[in-house]
Design a protein around this ligand. Structure first.
Ligand code: URA
Length: 236
């Protein structure tokens, strides 16, 4: 059971204040009867709620895949910067958040949802869910680097050691600028950049390609997003 005003605001029928006004004005019906009290409890699974005669169905959880572009922050709101949610102008629901952060200059797969349980399962280091990145890196990446990533790297600044979990580094191209694919199972602050920095290299470009079994849709351009399919949801 859920309050009628929350039900309508969650579904993007208006702000909490706006939907309270619609309810008081008699524009909202529950099972065909006008509902006058915003605090009225409705059963979101079986009752029929309508505003001005148009049914508003309740979706408990929503899941979107975004190809995050550079230049926006992975936050729900920010005083100065544009956020990933600012890019989702046509989505009116107000309780969405990005499940895990990508740096402002990182691109790629971002899951945006209101399902806190799923977010926790994907992000907890104890759950060992893969996060796979493509990166271009300054300098020659060597087989020795592959071993270092496999053994865990100290990314702690100064005295405090901070050893990462074993990570899988695949060299795609070596040269003055190397290309790699890196799979980690944690999400420490700036983790990929700090791992390469610890080996004297700099990440020049970073894109997340996969989280667990969820792969970034290659047809999504940076800044675009779409609902997850039923199959993708099952993979999570
Ligand atoms: N590691 C980083 O350094 N940055 C990201 O955005 C993600 C992982």
């Amino acid at each position: 059971m859920i309050r009628l005003d929350k039900y309508l605001a969650d579904m993007g029928a208006g702000t909490r204040q706006e939907v309270k006004k619609y309810i008081r004005q008699g524009q909202v019906t529950v099972d065909g009867q006008p509902a006058k009290k915003p605090e009225m409890k409705v059963d979101e699974l079986c009752q029929v709620v309508a505003v001005s005669g148009t049914r508003v169905s309740y979706k408990m959880y929503e899941y979107y895949m975004m190809n995050k572009p550079k230049g926006v922050v992975s936050a729900t709101s920010d005083k100065k910067e544009k956020t990933v949610l600012d890019l989702m102008e046509d989505i009116k629901r107000r309780d969405l958040f990005p499940a895990g952060r990508l740096d402002k200059d990182t691109e790629g797969l971002l899951l945006i949802t209101n399902d806190g349980g799923l977010a926790h399962r994907l992000l907890s280091p104890k759950k060992h869910v893969d996060k796979c990145y493509y990166a271009s890196v300054s300098g020659i990446v060597t087989d020795e680097d592959v071993l270092c990533f496999k053994e865990g790297i100290d990314i702690g600044a100064g005295k405090e050691k901070e050893i990462t979990l074993p990570a899988r580094l695949e060299i795609l191209k070596t040269g003055e600028i190397s290309e790699v694919r890196l799979t980690i199972q944690e999400g420490k602050f700036h983790q990929v950049k700090r791992m390469f920095k610890a080996l004297g290299k700099e990440v020049l470009y970073l894109k997340r390609e996969r989280m667990g079994n969820l792969v970034l849709d290659p047809f999504l351009l940076p800044g675009q997003y779409r609902n997850l399919t039923e199959e993708e949801l099952k993979l999570l």
